[in-house]
Write a protein of this length. Structure first.
Length: 182
């Protein structure tokens, strides 16, 4: 177990459980990912890109819980409401000290502190595993996410222009951020 399951109370009184994902979450994970993609333009995947076979998602969950990885989910009333993944940036000797992190929650639970808790778990896991640097990119106008990352100590180190091209022909830049774990 890479993260101890923990329960938190949401502002509306419901209980949210943060735990490691398991293979049996695959069907719900796809449903949640489709909804998440439909609710925000701040993630790189679109809803239709999650029209995948459950078996493929099961394999992805197993892979995302492999060596140097942690896939967390948050569950409310038995339904998945978000995930947060930590993964190696590569296997080569000179990059093995770096990991990446990504998070996506359904709108109905935004602003409850769940993002902060899952990111803190990710950081704790990464430090314990021995990573020295955690990296992420975020749509430059995603103020809530940038605030959250800066609160946890991430610093800005660059801007990737025109990183997303949306269906309407507009673009978004990605802010590049890193956290020193040493
Ligand atoms: C970004 C995301 C993970 C944040 O999760 P969350 O559970 O809502 O975050 P928290 O409640 O822990 O913290 C949010 C913080 O942002 C702040 N915030 C909210 N809206 C804000 C805004 N417009 N501008 C600045 N800060 C804002 C909150 O006050 C809170 O800060 P505080 O802890 O100092 O009070 C969540 O909104 C999400 O999944 N969004 C959709 C997908 C996405 O954007 N993922 C990130 C891709 S890089």
């Amino acid at each position: 177990m890479k993260v101890t399951p923990s329960t938190y109370q949401l502002k509306d009184g419901r209980s949210a459980v943060i735990r490691q994902a398991q293979e049996s979450d695959a069907e719900q994970m796809l449903k949640m990912a489709r909804q998440c993609a439909s609710e925000t333009r701040n993630l790189c995947s679109t809803e239709s890109e999650y029209d995948l076979p459950v078996e493929a998602e099961m394999k992805w969950i197993i892979d995302r819980n492999g060596e140097g990885c942690l896939l967390q989910v948050v569950e409310v009333d038995g339904e998945l409401k978000g995930n947060c993944m930590t993964y190696p940036q590569g296997g080569r000797l000179r990059v093995r000290h770096r990991c990446g992190v990504g998070i996506g929650l359904l709108k109905e639970i935004w602003g409850n502190g769940i993002g902060t808790l899952m990111m803190q778990n990710a950081i704790d896991f990464a430090k314990e595993y021995g990573y020295e640097q955690m990296e992420l990119d975020v749509v430059s106008t995603n103020e809530a996410a940038v605030h959250l990352y800066e609160k946890l100590g991430f610093v800005r180190y660059g801007l990737q222009p025109h990183a997303f091209r949306y269906e309407d022909g507009s673009y978004a830049d990605l802010l590049l951020m890193a956290l020193d774990l040493r």
